[in-house]
Design a binder for this molecule. Structure first.
Ligand SMILES: NC(=O)c1ccc[n+]([C@@H]2O[C@H](COP(=O)([O-])OP(=O)(O)OC[C@H]3O[C@@H](n4cnc5c(N)ncnc54)[C@H](O)[C@@H]3O)[C@@H](O)[C@H]2O)c1
Length: 299
């Protein structure tokens, strides 16, 4: 049982974090989220899109949020066409006012209450630390860490609040191990790993569970699957032997939001095929092809 005397949030009293009820596990599937809503930010493609589909399959009403309206609409429409429940909303996580207003709209679209939030947006900028500008440092914190704080705080303060809520951030294995040549990204992702711990303590009395997922090397629209030989050459050090799939992240996100994870909060779950069990990777191939400070999504 989690008990804490640390209490924050409006009117929250220090009550033990509620666990699942037996009848919820009798509902046919322990991963059933029927009757609840989820806002997924960055759900227009890749692991965000996979998460949107997974939550919809589990019966949740999904608010598909992305800066790219067309992507968000395509994902929402295809979920609806498959018999699920979804709405599309545009949002720019780099604009606080826009982010807060979009989450408020998401709450209304969700029928008045948001039970779950998943934040997918993130991006790695590549640069040696000696060549890194202050602007680049700030940009990495903004698009990987700061917006998560704003989004999570907005959801935590929503009124009315559902009985129980979950918030899940997408961090990275680079927030757990070192992140040479993209150190600002690694520091921001490490910030997420730490922030979910503080939020878990401050917000447990508000019946909110907060966790992070640390993906390893995942196939994504920006870094698609290459031919077998190239994949083997580049990713052979992953103990699992292959890169992960966006569904691997979606499955972890669904698990963390589900009643099965009702005693899990403040944690970072590495979904990495064993990558964090290794030491730092060899980035020499990336550096060799790096014209100054390149940038790419992921890792
Ligand atoms: N792909 C990997 O190998 C990998 C590894 C570790 C961690 N990650 C993390 O996983 C997450 C997803 O990475 P990805 O490469 O799969 O991303 P992606 O490019 O597949 O998806 C990101 C989505 O976010 C949207 N987006 C971008 N900027 C936005 C903004 N300002 N406001 C709202 N939406 C915005 C994009 O339109 C896109 O649909 C990131 O947080 C990344 O750091 C990825």
């Amino acid at each position: 049982m989690i008990t804490t005397t640390v209490c924050s949030g409006r009117g929250a009293s220090p009550r033990p974090l509620r666990r699942f009820r037996e009848e919820e596990l009798d509902s046919g599937s322990e991963l059933c989220l029927r009757g609840s809503s989820v806002a997924i930010i960055g759900a227009g493609q890749g692991m965000g899109e996979a998460s949107a589909r997974r939550f919809a399959q589990a019966g949740a009403r999904v608010i598909v949020m992305d800066i790219d309206r067309r992507r968000a609409e395509n994902v929402a429409q295809s979920i609806v066409a498959a018999g699920g429940n979804a709405r599309a909303l545009t949002v720019d996580v780099l604009d606080d006012e826009n982010l807060i207003a979009a989450l408020e709209r998401a709450r209304v679209e969700a029928g008045g209450m948001l039970e779950h939030l998943v934040t997918i947006v993130g991006m790695a900028g590549w640069s040696r630390l000696t060549e890194m500008s202050g602007e680049m440092w700030d940009a990495e914190q903004a698009r990987n860490l700061r917006y998560f704080f704003i989004a999570a705080r907005t959801v935590a303060l929503m009124d009315p609040a559902p009985e129980r809520r979950t918030i899940t951030a997408i961090a990275s294995v680079d927030g757990i191990r070192s992140a040479p040549f993209h150190a600002a990204y690694g520091a921001a992702k490490a910030g997420l790993v730490n922030l979910v711990k503080s939020m878990c303590i401050e917000w447990a009395p508000m019946q909110i569970r907060i966790n992070a997922i640390a993906p390893g090397a995942i196939v994504s629209p920006r870094i698609p699957l290459a031919d077998e030989a190239s994949e083997r050459a580049r990713f052979s050090r992953i103990p699992a032997g292959v890169r992960g799939h966006p569904d691997d992240i979606a499955n972890a996100a669904l698990f963390l939001a589900s009643p099965l994870a009702s005693y899990i909060t403040g944690q970072t779950l590495a979904v990495d095929g064993g990558l964090t069990a290794l030491g730092p990777l060899d980035y020499s191939d990336v550096l060799a092809g790096m014209p100054g400070s390149g940038q790419t999504l992921g890792q």
